[in-house]
Design a protein. Sequence first.
Length: 100
Amino acid sequence: MSEEKIYAFPNGCTPGNPVTFDPEICNGCNLCVDACQVDVLIPNPVKGKPPLVLFPEECWYAGCCEGICPRPGAIQIHLPLPQRVRWKRKDTGEHFRVSR
Ligand code: SF4
Ligand code: SF4
């Protein structure tokens, strides 16, 4: 049996998957962890690795974590289907989304 301590692990029982990380881009700075108002994320016990999504069902999808991240593409928010609305610019008629 391994002597390695496990401090926390993602909640694998819920279907929610509010944010994901690209481990090739994320450097584990944990700015997103500090920015999350409801503590969805916790630091990875392995230094330099992406944070863990501990309470996915608590996410408000406000985007503070993605907004503060200094490394584009490191974190991605996955909005629930009902929130994937499109917006239209009045001046150009362009349709766009604020997140993925
Ligand atoms: S979207 Fe908001 S609530 Fe969800 S993990 Fe990011 S900062 Fe936390
Ligand atoms: S996703 Fe961005 S803010 Fe969060 S730990 Fe990785 S690099 Fe830092």
